[in-house]
Unconditional design. Structure first.
Length: 278
């Protein structure tokens, strides 16, 4: 199941969209942090209203599982999107976005993708992945987000998302399925392991997690540095998923060095000083 779409909350989306300001120009800005003069022990840099919190039991009697889905996709944000290209044993290909995705290791390069379905009810991407044991993870950029979103269409089996989107299928080095040529960064990957999950309420199989090992990286030449170890965020401009039908655009960032206990905090003496100030 792709998580890049959900029901449209607007009765006439295009009318609503036309009332909004246009997208900003293709730029990337690095700003200050919210509070550049923040010091150790200072707490939140912008205190929020101290409203009470509510406790929610995900397994509360009568609470539909979809409530947890909506809560989590609107809270665990922004989520990176795995734009998965897969290929079945008969040669048919599939392209779909999944936002239950992240990287979990670099040596070896490992990635995790979640599918909200059982193996028995697997849709094209998961079925192809289990069949061929390989895929390509493409990262979605602002420059082709509409085309990427179009691949989550509820097209009948056998329909080519490549044709629907107009994106370009490019041959890979190791895996048989194609990568998205328009993607600034792509990873050819092999299936390492999978686990199927059961609902704690119904006991039915409701989800599948796969771990994928990256076996080849593809980076557009103008986006990679000379050492080939850093992608320029101003060129990548990745798109993330929020809740509902909302996406996030990455065109602004700030930098924060990782502090050192002795040099920046002053070691245990500095820590005691902060504690005594409270």
């Amino acid at each position: 199941m792709s998580h890049a779409t959900t029901s449209n909350p607007h009765p006439d989306f295009k009318t609503v969209e036309s009332s909004r300001p246009p997208a900003p120009p293709a730029s990337f800005n690095v700003t200050q942090t919210t509070l550049p003069d923040w010091t150790f022990g200072s707490g939140a840099n912008r205190p929020e209203p101290q409203s009470a919190h509510v406790s929610i039991d995900p397994y509360e009697p009568g609470r539909p599982a979809v409530f947890n889905y909506k809560l989590l996709i609107s809270s665990i944000v922004p989520r990176p999107i795995a734009f998965l290209s897969t290929r079945s044993s008969d040669g048919s290909t599939n392209l779909a976005p999944f936002s239950y995705f992240n990287m979990v290791n670099h040596d070896p390069p490992l990635f995790v993708v979640g599918f909200a379905s059982s193996i028995a009810s697997a849709k094209d991407s998961l079925r192809n992945l289990l069949d061929s044991k390989e895929c390509v993870i493409n990262i979605i950029s602002d420059s082709f987000v509409e085309a990427a979103n179009s691949t989550s269409i509820d097209a009948p089996y056998g329909t080519s998302e490549w044709d629907v989107s107009g994106l370009t299928a490019e041959k890979c080095d190791v895996v048989k399925c194609p990568r998205v040529k328009e993607a600034i960064f792509s990873v050819e990957a092999k299936l390492d392991m999978l686990k199927e999950w059961e609902s704690r309420v119904s006991g039915q199989k409701t989800g599948v997690m796969v771990v994928l090992e990256g076996v080849r990286f593809w980076v557009r030449e103008d986006a990679i540095n000379d050492d080939r170890n850093m992608v320029d965020p101003a060129i990548l401009r990745p798109i993330g998923r929020m809740g509902g039908i909302t996406y996030s655009r990455t065109n602004e960032a700030f930098e924060l060095p990782r502090p050192k206990f002795e040099e920046d905090l002053g070691g245990h003496q500095g820590l005691e000083k902060i504690k005594n100030q409270k």
